[in-house]
Design a protein around this ligand. Structure first.
Ligand code: SF4
Ligand code: SF4
Length: 98
């Protein structure tokens, strides 16, 4: 089991409050807003943390660069994927073997 899978296992056993705290804390670490793919639409609706929540519902359609490799969340939870805003959350990309 790798670092990400361990995190998912811990979250599965967490309470709703613990899960919402996890999202809240990590949203502040997300560096998507520094990325060229991130656009004004995403900024206006305050999108972030695509690696956990999944792709941008309507805002991001065009792939430029991905800044996730510079993000503490990517390192801390052992993420292995990129372009979450377009390709979906880490867990879904792994399942789809993207
Ligand atoms: S890994 Fe990417 S999507 Fe996830 S929090 Fe960091 S910058 Fe945002
Ligand atoms: S997931 Fe990657 S490509 Fe998408 S906005 Fe965040 S840093 Fe940029």
């Amino acid at each position: 089991m790798d670092k990400f899978e361990k995190t998912m296992e811990l979250l599965a056993g967490a309470s709703d409050k613990e899960r919402s705290n996890f999202v809240f804390e990590n949203r502040h670490l997300c560096v998507c807003h520094t990325c060229r793919t991130y656009n004004e639409c995403a900024m206006n609706v305050k999108e972030a943390l695509y690696c956990m929540t999944g792709e941008s519902p309507t805002c991001i359609k065009e792939k430029k660069i991905c800044a996730c490799s510079r993000c503490p969340v990517h390192f801390s939870y052992g993420l292995t994927k990129y372009f979450f805003c377009l390709r979906g959350a880490e867990i879904d990309q792994r399942a789809a073997k993207k």
